[in-house]
Design a protein around this ligand. Structure first.
Ligand SMILES: OC[C@H]1O[C@H](O[C@H]2O[C@H](CO)[C@@H](O)[C@H](O)[C@H]2O)[C@H](O)[C@@H](O)[C@@H]1O
Length: 607
């Protein structure tokens, strides 16, 4: 990346704004003197690693709610404190009125308020997140759809599956008219179509979660609801140029694992809806450009001298994440220089963009979050998703009669496959490894030089995600399946995320529904009998643990993640308490039951 390009990002700072309010538009001009733009007021050379990259503007409401969040922490204390709650509040009056009332509150020297005064203020001037959304029964929900899970013979499992299916009603919402009319008072974004939320603290749509929600909805024969979700995501691309992490004003500075094309393909396979395809295609092409230009793309020269392009996560943000403002501020407290803090904040936000927030996968020191280096890693899974996006766009363009687009994306997919083979694939180990970009590596201009020593050979479930798309090659699948079996990831209740117990949620001993699903589906699609048996074994373990937790924990709830070391335990770790609901877990259980069924004599209890 050339310095000329870097400076474009530091060109439009508004000096009248507070440090927190300064933002750098993506398309600002490049003539301004870069040294005048340094927010940290520290010379760049004094920073060990300084931040580079665009910053998407945030809204005055988000900035105000961050102050509310900080005050709430000081007032109520850290016990059971969830910072997200405060950036999800909406205003009952215009921002200047609410700001004034907040400024008028009597505060102690450390910024806390008498709890009763703060509660009165919140009640008088704010609404809770639940007021922004209305429960809505999905138009295509039927208590027992015709042809529902024909392969499930066990009555107990069938009844449970029907309960899971009925959870779509609990998770279905419509953005309220108040939000549509006065969006400036709400951080919830005004989506037109009904949504399915993950559940609990996640009361808004999430990008990659939606793929597994849709897989479940298809099993539930809820095609219209599935299409509505896709249309909302397309609207986000039309507005922002990419799908946001989630449908909140504070998520506009990053995306999430790009799976929209996969959603469109799955719905198209079931409905053959050409209108959907025609609407989706231009948006998908726009999204492809987002992931393959600017900061998201990296050039790397392989051992044979061929130059490849691969993509990386790179959030357009260098401050604490608003939904975790107090947490990120605390994490970076030991970093003294602003320029280095901004770098840490960008790495944190980029890890959130990866969907794996947080994981030792992105950390130099597995016990220290300030060593997150997300933007310096070429991730195997992201490039698998973009490879799939290229194949999907090629297919969708073909069925729409757009032959030249179809050929162009076919070529792009071939180039990425070659790049993934050259950079990630490790023949000896039978896995694809993330590649760490070494800033000091022998680099010619903007091109990194590949070196085997920068493949991260630690074991993560993501090392096996290409199986999901690369299932055509039977010999390769066999090798990868053997490597998976001996990796140590397959445990009593499913596939672990990694082998490192770091207390981060995207690490051992947690297992996540999307990871189980992509690995299992990849093994099934391979057509190899051995791989299929392994897939079935993982799916049965996963279904059992979901079933037993649901039945035995007295709450009849599906969880966000599970502890895969023991059947019947939900997961933990990370920065918030375990959540229930839960969109993608429901989707994956239904998709597995559709694929594998459940025999009458197969006990769903832990063995
Ligand atoms: O509030 C902290 C973080 O929460 C989200 O991440 C987690 O939940 C998402 C919704 O289920 C899921 O998509 C993600 O993989 C989880 O790690 C959110 O996406 C983050 O941006 C946010 O900082």
């Amino acid at each position: 990346m050339s310095d000329a390009y870097r400076w474009q990002w530091n060109c439009n700072e508004d000096k009248d704004l507070s440090h927190r309010e300064r933002t750098i538009p993506l398309d600002c001009a490049s003539e301004i003197d870069p040294s005048a733009m340094d927010v940290s007021a520290e010379p760049a050379h004094s920073c060990k690693l300084s931040d580079h990259g665009p910053v998407v503007p945030t809204t005055p409401l988000v900035i105000f709610l961050e102050r509310i969040q900080e005050t709430a922490l000081k007032t109520f204390g850290p016990m059971k404190f969830d910072p997200k709650l405060y950036v999800d509040l909406s205003l009952k009056f215009d921002l200047p009125i609410v700001k004034q009332a907040f400024n008028d509150l009597a505060k102690t020297a450390n910024g806390s308020v008498l709890p009763s005064d703060f509660n009165d203020f919140l009640n008088k001037y704010m609404n809770g997140a639940e007021k922004d959304l209305e429960y809505v029964k999905p138009i295509d929900f039927i208590a027992e759809p015709e042809g529902f899970l024909p392969k499930v013979a066990h009555q107990g499992v069938k009844n449970w599956a029907l309960e899971v299916h009925s959870l779509w009603k609990n998770l279905s919402r419509k953005v309220s008219d108040k939000v549509l009319k006065h969006s400036e008072l709400h951080t919830l974004l005004p989506l037109k179509h009904p949504v399915i939320i993950p559940g609990s603290r996640f009361q808004e749509v999430y990008y990659w979660d939606s793929y597994w929600v849709i897989r479940g909805l298809l099993t539930s024969k809820m095609y219209e609801t599935a299409k509505g979700i896709i249309f909302n995501l397309i609207d986000l691309i039309e507005t922002y140029g990419y799908v946001l992490n989630g449908a909140r004003a504070y998520y506009t500075n990053r995306s999430q694992p790009p799976l929209l094309s996969s959603m469109v393909i799955e719905v198209y396979k079931q409905t053959h809806d050409m209108d959907l395809v025609k609407k989706a295609l231009p948006a998908l092409i726009k999204e492809h450009k987002f992931w393959n230009s600017g900061i998201h793309v990296v050039a790397i020269e392989d051992a044979q001298g061929t130059i490849h392009n691969l993509s990386r996560y790179y959030a357009m943000w260098n401050k604490p994440r608003p939904e975790s403002f107090t947490i990120d501020t605390e994490t970076a407290i030991k970093i003294l220089k602003n320029c280095e803090k901004e770098k840490v904040y960008r790495e944190i936000a980029s890890a959130a963009e990866s969907g794996w927030d947080f994981s030792t996968r992105w950390m130099k020191d597995t016990s220290d979050l300030t060593t997150l280096s997300t933007t310096m890693i070429l991730p195997v899974d992201l490039n698998t998703f973009i490879y799939k996006m290229e194949l999907d766009i090629s297919f969708l363009a073909k069925v729409s009669g757009k032959t030249s687009d179809s050929l162009q994306f076919k070529e792009a997919s071939k180039a990425r496959k070659k790049a993934m083979d050259a950079v990630f694939w490790n023949k000896e180990k039978g896995q694809w490894f993330d590649y760490w970009l070494d800033p000091d590596s022998n680099r010619k201009e903007d091109v990194y030089t590949w070196d085997a020593k920068y493949q991260n050979q630690d074991i993560f479930a993501s090392n096996f995600i290409p199986l999901w798309v690369r299932f055509q090659d039977k010999t390769l699948v066999k090798k990868v399946a053997q490597s998976l079996q001996s990796s140590g990831l397959i445990r009593a209740a499913g596939v672990a995320t990694s082998l490192t117990n770091s207390s981060q949620q995207w690490d051992f001993p947690n297992g996540w529904a999307p990871l189980q699903h992509m690995i299992v589906e990849g093994l099934v699609l391979s057509g190899s009998e051995e791989a299929k048996l392994l897939a079935k074994d993982i799916a049965i373990k996963w279904i059992r643990t979901n079933y037993v937790v649901y039945k035995n924990k007295n709450v009849n709830a599906m969880h966000e993640k599970y502890d895969v070391t023991k059947c019947g335990e939900f997961g933990g770790g990370g920065e918030y308490v375990p959540q229930t609901g839960f969109g993608w877990s429901n989707g994956v259980v239904l998709a597995f039951l559709e694929e594998f069924g459940w025999a009458q004599d197969l006990d769903p209890q832990c063995q």
